[in-house]
Design a protein around this ligand. Structure first.
Ligand SMILES: C[S@@+](CC[C@H](N)C(=O)[O-])C[C@H]1O[C@@H](n2cnc3c(N)ncnc32)[C@H](O)[C@@H]1O
Length: 267
């Protein structure tokens, strides 16, 4: 099934969705009552979720900027989320207007909003594809992905705050087909919540996501590291998101930021 066929399912307002809960943490308006109820339950367990979401976006921006500065011109952003400020194409194209970006998400709400955003950018350098990260083969075979991305040239795959929504598969198993499709020197960007600290609160947040029918799992650093099999980690390795190449002094309260970020280069 292509993304367009699946999109006819349409966004559902009666159940919470991770993309719209995340939008709520970030102060966005693209969320419904069911999302706000679930997000407030999660915030009740861990009020730091808003800071974690903001720091995750800041990590994403810094990673994309670094890659664009290093010459990467193609980005596949899987689990892209609802458009917000400084989306991947805006960050990358500020450095190099020729950058191409494919946004991928399995949530039809994201598809609707992202397509509306892209309609104001008729440059043919971006696409939005509805697909599931659990099915990378289908994603890699998608016509829009194939027409926009040249898999023989440097590219970056972003899995930023999405692998936790695949609780029943090891991250390395999800990443492997994507890695195999990349050229040497291709980059992988991952952020992922951890249970290495604040385990009690993290467990409560996981329960709220389970109740909202969006099961998610926080993982340990060693499990996240295995997603980088076949990659060398760029400095500083896997660190809490604010510590990945910060632009200035690190201000967030680090013990509260239970989210790791890392960038790898394919060997
Ligand atoms: C927390 S948001 C992250 C958004 C963005 N990557 C960021 O970090 O700012 C997680 C996104 O992953 C998407 N998602 C969850 N499970 C997915 C799956 N199996 N396949 C594709 N996208 C998925 C959700 O719809 C949501 O938009």
């Amino acid at each position: 099934m292509t993304g367009d066929e699946k999109a006819t399912d349409g966004p559902r307002a009666d159940a919470a969705h991770p993309a719209r809960m995340y939008d709520y943490y970030l102060g966005g308006r693209d969320n419904y009552q069911a999302d706000r109820v679930a997000a407030e339950a999660a915030l009740g367990a861990a009020p730091e979720l808003r800071a974690i979401a903001r720091e995750n976006r800041a990590f994403l921006r810094r990673a994309v900027r670094h890659l664009a500065d290093s010459g990467v011109r193609q980005f596949i952003d899987i689990g892209a989320g609802l458009p917000t400020r400084e989306n991947v194409h805006q960050v990358a194209q500020e450095i190099a207007p020729e950058c191409r970006v494919v946004y991928v998400d399995n949530d039809p709400t994201v598809l609707v909003h992202a397509r509306a955003l892209l309609s104001t950018h008729p440059l043919g350098r971006m696409a939005v594809v509805q697909a599931d990260v659990r099915d990378p083969e289908r994603l890699l075979a998608d016509d829009q992905v194939r027409s926009l991305i040249d898999f023989a040239r440097p590219l970056a795959v972003l899995l930023v705050s999405v692998l936790q929504f695949v609780p029943d598969r090891e991250p390395q198993d999800v990443v492997a087909p994507l890695r195999d499709a990349m050229p040497r020197g291709g980059h992988l960007v991952v952020s992922h919540p951890t249970q290495d600290f604040r385990a009690g609160q993290v467990g409560q947040v996981a329960s709220t996501y389970h109740r909202a029918k969006a099961p998610a799992v926080a993982r340990r650093k060693a499990e996240i590291e295995r997603a980088f099999a076949g990659f060398e980690l760029l400095e500083p390795g896997i660190v809490q998101t604010p510590l990945w190449r910060p632009d200035g002094p690190v201000t967030p309260d680090l013990p509260l930021i239970w989210m790791y970020g890392a960038v790898g280069r394919k060997l």
